[in-house]
Design a protein. Structure first.
Length: 307
């Protein structure tokens, strides 16, 4: 694996119109690395830093179904870097979990309230062994993660030029908010007339969800506050990983009509939320871009659950 090779831009496809809006989807699930997605984009920047610092071990944190942990474990295996993953106990099985083990990551379980202590102990233990460990925050949070999606805005602007249009709205599944922070920074960097970047929360509630995004934007840019952060917590359906029939129906509908797999935890929840938002806010005749942030292994978890 060579991280210095540039990755090609992911495609943007037009889907069916919805309530008079032109809906497009950016297929970041096709980012060509470990089933793609936003975690793959972020991980590339983290591993470039790992190579630069000549680290020989990587430590990160995530839930059992974490896309982030799967991508980190895959890149670590490819680059022959030791990988230690800390997860809360009682984690359910998932394809992402299975892949982490397959890639040879060392999986460490601990009680939820011992996570940060366990991270510290693991880093200290590795250093004591003479290793040079690198810590990646859960979900790829932090400036490098934000940068990944600041840069994606150049891909989006290129597509706008080719198609001769401008996306009025960008929708995405928002978790730690790093991806949304990057899209806000990039849109403002490039546009005189900033578009609306709407994060559909997959778990967090207001005001915290929006506050964390604001902090990410400030930390990344070092000055100035963005206008308003649009973080919608109305469609979380009971919290992280919880989904209802409307979300399952959306996943089936988008798969059948467009051949695009969504998952119930992130993209299916957000796509369903986007449709409801457009309807409830009476958005009409706009160009709308949905960022498909990946998570394909969770689509297969969903298939098993709904069998
Ligand atoms: C992690 C994840 C998100 C959320 O990204 P954040 O940057 O944490 O907000 C969205 N979609 C998928 C598929 C993810 O794995």
């Amino acid at each position: 694996m060579r991280l210095s090779e540039p990755f090609p831009a992911t495609p943007i496809q037009r889907l069916d119109d919805f309530l008079g809006n032109q809906i497009y989807i950016k297929r970041d699930d096709l980012f060509p690395l470990s089933f793609g997605g936003n975690k793959a984009r972020k991980a590339v920047l983290f591993f470039q830093e790992i190579e630069r610092q000549n680290s020989d071990a990587v430590v990160t944190y995530g839930s059992a179904a974490s896309n982030h942990c799967r991508v980190v474990a895959n890149l670590a295996a490819a680059l022959q870097c030791r990988c230690l993953i800390i997860s809360p106990e009682g984690a359910n099985d998932s394809f992402n979990r299975q892949l982490c083990a397959e890639f040879g990551a060392e999986l460490i379980a601990c009680p939820l309230d011992h996570v940060s202590a366990t991270i510290d102990q693991t880093m200290a233990f590795l250093r004591a062994e003479g290793s040079r460990p690198f810590f990646i925050p859960g979900g790829g949070h932090g400036n490098l993660g934000t940068r990944a999606y600041d840069l994606v805005c150049d891909e989006i602007a290129g597509e706008e030029r080719r198609r001769g249009l401008r996306f009025d709205y960008i929708f995405l599944a928002s978790g730690t908010g790093t991806t949304q922070a990057g899209l806000i920074c990039g849109s403002q960097r490039l546009g005189e007339n900033p578009r609306r970047v709407v994060g559909i929360s997959i778990a967090r509630q207001l005001p915290r969800g929006a506050q964390v995004i604001l902090e990410s934007v400030r930390e990344y840019r070092g000055e100035g506050a963005p206008e308003d952060i649009v973080f919608v917590d109305r469609y979380i359906e009971g919290g992280y990983g919880q989904f209802d029939d409307a979300i399952s129906k959306t996943i089936r509908d988008v798969m059948r009509r467009h051949g695009v797999p969504l998952d119930p935890t992130y993209t299916g929840k957000a796509f369903c939320g986007m449709r409801r938002f457009l309807q409830e806010s009476r958005v009409n005749d706009k160009n709308v871009l949905f960022i498909h942030t990946g998570g394909t292994p969770i689509f297969f978890d969903w298939l098993e659950k709904t069998r």
